[in-house]
Design a protein around this ligand. Structure first.
Ligand SMILES: C[S@@+](CC[C@H](N)C(=O)[O-])C[C@H]1O[C@@H](n2cnc3c(N)ncnc32)[C@H](O)[C@@H]1O
Length: 325
């Protein structure tokens, strides 16, 4: 039992934290060796044993810790507090930076658009028409009314990446989530901040700017399950606009591949444009069309067609060549 947990933490250290967060890499390798930590994790349900959840919960209880021995002490001395957070909360990282990759597709869709996000967390990715963008050789400032307030999302791009010239014309938007977070609640905002990895100050800064913009114009969020409740939300969208349904870093939480595939079939059979930005294991049937496999990246697809590999936090675009896509 604890062997599986240890392997999961080693995988996390090697595939996710390495090169991104030396602190989490060190702590994850420590957890994988620590009988104290492994014993603690084995008392939790399997879907509450994730590294991101454990590390954010420890930060919630004890603040930033980078030393393995201190981490071990928190798990030993404050186990019940950490476990309570891990049972009550889930990993709901809301990364507005992902809009920098989404916009390359959204800006090409004929508007007006009704935008629906499944797995929206606090809805920060539902505001792509509010943020500014810096793709290196091409920039798009925020609309004048958000200038100076909205974050500027930076993203490295490869040759062939489309250059959005204008924000999409979004006339209606809504998000669906099992547990929508509320940007007007301090506890939810604190949890969003604790989910940002410790060294990622730039991500924390842009999260704070995005939250402050969202507090002024919060997108509508509905509690529900994407595998059941999406048709009812689509039915609410006003007519005479292109319906776009998207998700980023979400379908991996639908553990059953058959349910993911049923969702994909429903999307392909619907009239909506379907944008998916997920790790390549989520829809292997589509990822196979992308050529070279990138375990460390997300795959951005429109209607099941892979178009580009993307950095998991929206920091990078590696556009597929015409022969790959
Ligand atoms: C990692 S967060 C990603 C949030 C946002 N899409 C982003 O990229 O910033 C995943 C979100 O998906 C939600 N989620 C997971 N499974 C879901 C389901 N079956 N139906 C609706 N939401 C779900 C979680 O509650 C969480 O808020």
């Amino acid at each position: 039992m604890t062997r599986h947990i240890a392997e999961r933490y080693i995988r996390f250290a090697q595939l996710e934290a390495a090169g991104q967060s030396p602190i989490y890499e060190r702590l994850a390798l420590h957890v994988a060796r620590s009988q104290n930590c492994l014993g603690f994790l084995s008392t939790l349900p399997a879907d509450r044993q994730q590294p991101n959840l454990l590390f954010a919960a420890v930060r919630h209880v004890a603040g930033n810790i980078s030393c393995p021995e201190a981490f071990d002490r928190v798990i030993r001395d404050r186990a019940e507090e950490v476990a309570t957070v891990m049972r009550r909360r889930t990993t709901q990282t809301n990364e507005p930076g992902r809009c920098a990759v989404l916009l390359t597709l959204l800006a090409q869709i004929t508007g007006p658009i009704t935008l629906i996000e499944v797995g929206a967390s606090a809805g920060l990715c539902l505001l792509p028409d509010v943020y500014g963008y810096d793709w290196g050789d091409h920039k798009l400032p925020p609309p004048p009314e958000f200038e100076g307030r909205a974050p500027i999302l930076q993203c490295n791009t490869s040759p062939g990446t489309p250059r959005p010239m204008a924000h999409p014309d979004i006339i209606w938007r809504a998000g669906l989530d099992l547990n929508p977070l509320d940007v007007s609640r301090d506890a939810d905002v604190a949890w969003l901040e604790q989910l940002v990895w410790p060294e990622h100050q730039l991500r924390l800064d842009r999260l704070r700017s995005a939250v402050s913009v969202a507090q002024c114009c919060p997108p509508r969020l509905v509690a529900g399950d994407l595998t059941q409740d999406l048709p009812a939300l689509i039915a609410e969208a006003p007519p005479n606009a292109t319906v776009v349904v998207f998700h980023t870093a979400v379908l991996t939480y639908v553990a059953d591949q058959q349910r993911r595939d049923a969702f994909a079939r429903n999307m392909l059979e619907s009239d909506a444009i379907w944008i998916s930005n997920e790790g390549p294991r989520v829809f292997p049937q589509f990822a196979a069309r992308a050529g070279q496999y990138r375990e460390d990246m997300f795959l951005l697809m429109q209607n099941g067609q892979p178009l580009t590999w993307t950095g998991p936090h929206g920091q990078q675009i590696a556009w597929l060549s015409a022969t790959q896509a």
